[in-house]
Ligand binder design. Sequence first.
Ligand code: GAR
Length: 218
Amino acid sequence: MAGTRKPVAVLVSGNGTNLQALIDAAKVDSYPARIAVVISNVAGVRALQRAADAGIPTVTIPHGDYPDRALFEQALLDAMAPHGVEIVCLAGFMRVLTRRFLRDFPGPVLNVHPALLPAFPGLHAVRQALDYGAKLTGCTVHFVDEGTDTGPVVAQVAVPVLDSDDEAALSARIQAQEHWVYPLALRLVAEGRAMTNGRRVWSGGGPRTEGLSIRNPG
Ligand code: GAR
């Protein structure tokens, strides 16, 4: 599989637990993607250390160093180019990518969001769910489009909200689900099995087709 594994850039801003899950998944030779570069818009974050520990090249591109979004995004594209990146995964990357980036990067861009979209998009999704009084929330892996958390859904996992939950407790249970469903979604995309028809995404072909009917395993 080594020669055919799709090179992935993971864009991060913080702790990098989802990055770690992707790194761990990609350690298995049969996994169809490899993490080619990790790019952070924030210096010194834990995610960069996780990448360095795994021997993955890192680049820090502080968004504040750029006078506008176009130049910041061009710097992201320039950092990805030497690595032949074919898929971008946003993993706690707290900047919205513009139409220009999505036009100039020809491959799929994935994001993980800590809510069952279209509920609770944007910032503080877990707090939004608690404040609303939702009984069920979860996480979503979706293709990125020009909106904020509006792209076609690849996979979702539901997580119940417990009466005892605060933001930290609920976030931790949601993240535990993100850590298996994001690598699964990336696998489907890297294998070319995440087919889209307008908004609907389904997994086509292969022995793991049923893997897209995601539910909370426990
Ligand atoms: C994740 O829970 C992810 O869903 C969320 O940030 C966290 C990053 O954690 N993303 C968003 O809220 C994007 N709107 P991590 O750095 O430990 O992977």
